[in-house]
Design a protein. Structure first.
Length: 283
């Protein structure tokens, strides 16, 4: 089925960090299919254009599908690298209308509450908070032009209070830094509104459940909420909000006229009830 974006982003340019794989890759493709020219950033640029895992594959896929995505290597721990990426976007596309802060300090195993190394804490804060903050700072002079722009920060359901045994419990550095990013979002959502820039955060939900066995994220389910957020302009749009992908079309965004068709894996994901959280119980 051909993807139908909820908004037309023709004539705009966007940056998506952490775009070589997973959710970031789908965000970049969705924005490009909505008409935006996309600068995709990641640490891994070179690779097999036929194998997902590098920006080379993303660029090749975009070209094959007739949309425009270009690559730029970025180190999220290096402010100069981040600033250079924004400069590259302006050099290639002449503008910047949306910034998607998707790159994340990886979480590979559960950790105890105490005894976490300083290196782990510093890495998490430098990427999940400070790196995104630097991207916002570098982008703002351009986002304020041409009628304003949008910043979308990626958060997680794990940023909310959890209970012992919950799936999202056990990743303290990830949870704490994402909670900090949510507060940065709500603060800047107010602060930047007077400059015409909407700042919001979105949680993708249990994407790892859907992506088991190598399945790629559904572009309509995950991509459409991102396209809608990238289209937000002030006044008239919304800013300073933390929204959830599974509530798109029901509690925020354009209301579904009828329930969308979902594949079996996605339906199971939405029906999945993590008892201590309960976020998906209603679906």
């Amino acid at each position: 089925m051909t993807y139908q974006p909820p908004n037309d982003l023709s004539g705009t340019a966007a940056i998506v960090s952490g775009a070589s794989r997973g959710i970031g890759r789908i965000y970049a493709l969705a924005l490009a299919k909505a008409g935006a020219k996309v600068l995709a950033t990641a640490r891994t640029v070179e690779g097999d254009p036929n194998e997902i895992g590098s920006l080379a594959e993303l660029v090749a896929t975009a070209k094959a599908e007739g949309v425009e995505i270009s690559a730029c290597k970025v180190d999220m721990m290096d402010k100069a690298s981040i600033e250079a990426a924004v400069a590259t976007c302006i050099e290639r596309y002449g503008r910047l209308d949306a910034l998607v802060n998707n790159a994340v300090w990886g979480v590979t195993a559960k950790l105890p509450a105490l005894g976490i190394s300083d290196e782990e804490w510093e890495g998490a804060f430098r990427v999940n908070v400070l790196g995104n903050y630097h991207f916002m700072g570098a982008a703002m002079p351009y986002l304020t032009q041409d009628g304003g722009g949008a910043i979308i920060n990626l958060t997680t359901l794990g940023a909310r209070p959890s209970k012992q045994g919950a799936k999202a419990h056990g990743f303290p550095t990830y949870a704490v830094t994402k909670a900090a990013l949510e507060r940065l979002t709500t603060y800047c959502g107010v602060e930047f509104a007077k400059q015409g820039v909407a700042v919001n955060a979105i949680s993708p939900g249990h994407a790892e459940f859907y992506m088991r066995d190598g399945r790629q994220p559904d572009i309509d389910y995950w991509g459409s909420p991102m396209v809608h957020l990238a289209a937000q302009r002030l006044p008239g749009g919304f800013s300073g909000e933390v929204v959830h992908t599974y509530e798109y079309g029901t509690r925020w965004g354009p209301e579904f006229s009828e329930p969308p068709q979902r594949d079996e894996r996605l339906t199971k994901m939405l029906e999945y009830a993590d008892e201590p959280f309960g976020y998906f119980r209603q679906r």
